[in-house]
Design a protein around this ligand. Structure first.
Ligand SMILES: Cc1cc2nc3c(=O)[nH]c(=O)nc-3n(C[C@H](O)[C@H](O)[C@H](O)COP(=O)(O)O)c2cc1C
Length: 324
């Protein structure tokens, strides 16, 4: 394609882009059409200053939206070439996509694309059934395909050791009133186009839980309704921890989530041990891996659920003004 992307390309792909996960469902992205390129930018007004002081969370969420964009454009027959952070003078500009040589979408792209509207964070307890080896392998491949790694914690003691790190990070965060206020501010008890619906928040955490929950919703649990005793926990990591590495990790996260959805698996995200620097370092050391943990995933077979709401696409688009 020698001409650039059009408003029609962007509009169609944006419907998929905004389905990406984001911290507290803040949807902190803007999508701009400029000089035939589609650009992904941070919406600073939607960053959470207490929960995400460094902007790591917005870059992960925008990276996930970028992955959806790439897949949507590929499936539409107009695949993209991507440059990350193309302009040092504009740090909020995370990526610029320009049309690459047209080609047919691959079967993998088609499957990942079909999974976009079906994916959601499932915070309910999962069935105890183990995740089979071939699905685990596919998840690892998804991370590697996006230049990241996935470490699956194997065995009760590895998960319990991780649980301790995660619980201590959770306690650190809970001591901060500004962090608690942000969670409350983005919890939605009435229908809304953003924030976490109380119905999606999952059950309230209890002391016996192996992993902490973020505490959205706060529905009480009936006795005996515990989480799976041996959850499959995956740690997604990147080679470095620059802003670009975090956008790369966001893309890898989304590829992983869509691969899991395609394999019939459910996932919930758990980022407390990433948000607390000492916990993140402890986690990194415990894995003995080169690189930086960027997200933790709980993976398993879940009950059916529903995707959460998004703002209308027009709210995130910035299109050139047409001459009259
Ligand atoms: C950077 C990042 C961190 C997140 N951390 C958590 C978390 O610690 N606990 C949690 O339950 N969900 C977490 N989420 C999931 C979001 O709350 C979820 O994506 C958002 O509410 C939209 O819902 P959806 O994933 O069902 O589309 C995180 C998402 C992102 C992108």
């Amino acid at each position: 394609m020698d001409v650039g992307y059009t408003a029609a390309h962007l509009r169609a792909a944006a419907v998929d882009a905004v389905r990406a996960p984001s911290l507290h469902n803040t949807q902190p992205w803007r999508l701009r059409l400029r000089d035939g390129g589609i650009e992904v930018l941070v919406d600073q007004a939607r960053r959470l200053p207490a929960t995400d002081p460094s902007g790591w969370g917005v870059r992960i969420g925008c990276g996930a939206a970028l992955f959806n964009l790439r897949v949507a454009l590929a499936v539409a027959g107009v695949p993209a070439r991507v440059r990350l952070r193309p302009d040092p003078a504009e740090p909020d500009l995370l990526a610029r996509l320009v049309p690459d040589v047209p080609r047919r979408p691959t079967p993998t792209e088609q499957r990942l694309h079909a999974a976009i509207p079906r994916r959601f964070s499932n915070r309910m307890p999962f069935w105890p059934d183990p995740v089979p080896a071939d699905a685990r392998w596919r998840l690892g491949e998804a991370a590697r395909a996006e230049d990241c790694w996935l470490e699956l914690l194997v065995g009760v003691s590895a998960v319990a050791a991780f649980g301790e790190i995660a619980h201590s990070a959770h306690r650190v965060l809970e001591r901060d009133p500004a962090y608690r206020a942000e969670r409350e501010e983005w919890l939605r008890r009435e229908p809304a186009p953003d924030g976490v619906p109380a119905s999606a928040g999952g059950p309230q955490g209890e002391p016996q839980d192996v992993l902490p929950t973020r505490g959205f919703g706060g529905r009480d649990r009936a006795p005996g309704r515990d989480f799976e005793p041996e959850p499959l926990v995956g740690v997604l990591g990147s080679v470095g921890n620059t802003a670009v590495d975090q956008v790369v990790a966001g893309q890898a996260l989304q590829r992983l989530l869509l691969t899991a959805t395609d394999a019939g698996l459910s996932v919930s995200l758990l980022s407390q041990p990433i948000e607390v620097p000492t916990a993140r370092e402890q986690l990194r050391l415990s894995l003995g891996r080169f690189g930086t943990p960027q997200m933790v995933l709980r993976i398993g077979y879940g009950q059916p659920g529903r995707p959460t709401p998004r703002r209308p696409v027009d709210e995130v688009l910035e299109l050139p003004v047409m001459p009259a």
